[in-house]
Design a protein around this ligand. Structure first.
Ligand SMILES: *Cc1c(COP(=O)(O)O)cnc(C)c1O
Length: 358
């Protein structure tokens, strides 16, 4: 090749999503944890208004209206928030802001892949921590993997793609044991889908743990994946450092307007999480009857053990218009990850699943 890229790019693949990615309704899209109920009806008016305000102007680089809405909703200082073009952009910003060649990022082996490329592209070294036997995150093993080269730890709770959670007490004990100079990135993209009694309250821990960074997204429970809005919450010093590598206008005016409208529609989010739980119960019951095991999930997807190479099943399901994620994408070739759709879609999926396995 005539052009010599940075050495850190050698280990990376092209980050282009391929395969069937068809936005028409020909397929049941159960591969990307998209919201099957769409999004709040309130965003339409908000979007139209942005057309009147003038699409030719740059967006508000401080994302003020959304900042105020998020600050109010989560009870945090407005300067402890940083927005991104999807949480994905923040994940890359964190790499740019903190990783120098040779620095280590500690992360469970089966987790969200964006963290891997954001680390490697900066010349960082990924330290993959094995999962527990039940595929949940092993927080003790994560702690044991921290060295004096560790820049940050990434834990996703509930984890993607396993769906497993760690509770309040486990989270608190873990945070207490992390060295103060090591950052903890806590990705809570699916927190609103949690079905237990109470999800760990990570916001209240920001005061005690100055090294804590919480990531949130508008792509899942709010159903705004196409608008690309995510945010991080952390103490002001960290926000200030990361904002040095932020693109000035990374959240567009329509995206901000949609997110502001969505964040205040709790009727919609409650409807989504209620239906999601019902569909999970239905799907688990069916899988139990068929004798397939799965990891107990607290998210909008489920990881199913097919007990043999799942690739032919993924292909067969797509012929029946059900798109699911092959576990091989996460190093679990005998599994599929299925996003939780509507009840109708889940019934259709179960039927297709049975037919494909015959
Ligand atoms: C979906 C998801 C995100 C959010 O991604 P966006 O870029 O905001 O769409 C972040 N983390 C995890 C673990 C996810 O599954």
């Amino acid at each position: 090749m005539a052009y010599k890229p940075r050495g850190a790019l050698d280990g990376l693949e092209e980050n282009i999503v391929t395969g069937v990615w068809d936005n028409s309704c020909k397929y049941h899209r159960l591969m990307a944890n998209e919201n099957p109920y769409g999004c709040s009806a309130l965003i339409k008016e908000a979007l139209l208004k942005t057309m009147e305000d003038g699409p030719s102007n740059y967006p508000d680089g401080y994302t003020t209206a959304l900042r105020m809405a998020v600050s109010k909703k989560y009870g945090i200082d407005k300067d402890e928030i940083l927005f991104g073009n999807g949480t994905d952009e923040i994940i890359y910003m964190l790499g740019k802001a903190f990783i120098e060649p040779g620095d280590e990022v500690v992360m469970p082996e089966i987790s969200f892949t964006s963290y891997i490329s954001s680390c490697l592209s900066m010349g960082g070294k990924l330290v993959s921590v094995p999962m527990k036997d039940d595929l949940s995150v092993d927080l003790d093993a994560v702690l044991a993997s921290v060295t004096d080269k560790t820049k940050y730890i990434v834990v996703v709770n509930p984890n993607n793609p396993t769906g497993t959670v760690f509770c309040e007490k486990e989270q608190y004990e873990f945070l207490k044991k992390v060295p103060k100079d090591v950052l903890v990135i806590l990705d809570e993209a699916y927190a609103e889908f949690y079905m237990g009694e109470s999800f760990p309250d990570s916001y209240s821990k920001l005061k005690e743990f100055k090294n804590l960074i919480i990531l949130k997204t508008f792509s899942k429970i709010y159903g705004l994946a196409s608008f690309r809005v995510g945010f991080m919450i952390a103490n002001k010093e960290i926000i200030s450092l990361v904002s040095r590598v932020k693109n000035a206008f990374n959240v567009s005016t329509p995206a901000m307007a949609a997110a502001v409208a969505a964040i205040n529609d709790s009727k919609f989010t409650e409807m989504v999480s209620e239906n999601n739980s019902k569909c999970i119960k239905y799907l688990c019951k069916e899988l139990d009857e068929m004798g397939y095991s799965y990891t107990p999930t607290h998210t909008s997807f489920i990881l199913i053990d097919i007990k043999k190479d799942a690739a032919p099943l993924v292909a067969a399901l797509s012929k029946k218009a059900y798109l699911v994620r092959p576990g091989s994408d996460f190093g679990l070739k005998n599994y599929i990850r299925v996003s939780i759709g509507t009840m109708e879609q889940m019934e259709g999926f179960v039927k297709a699943f049975k037919e494909c396995l015959e």
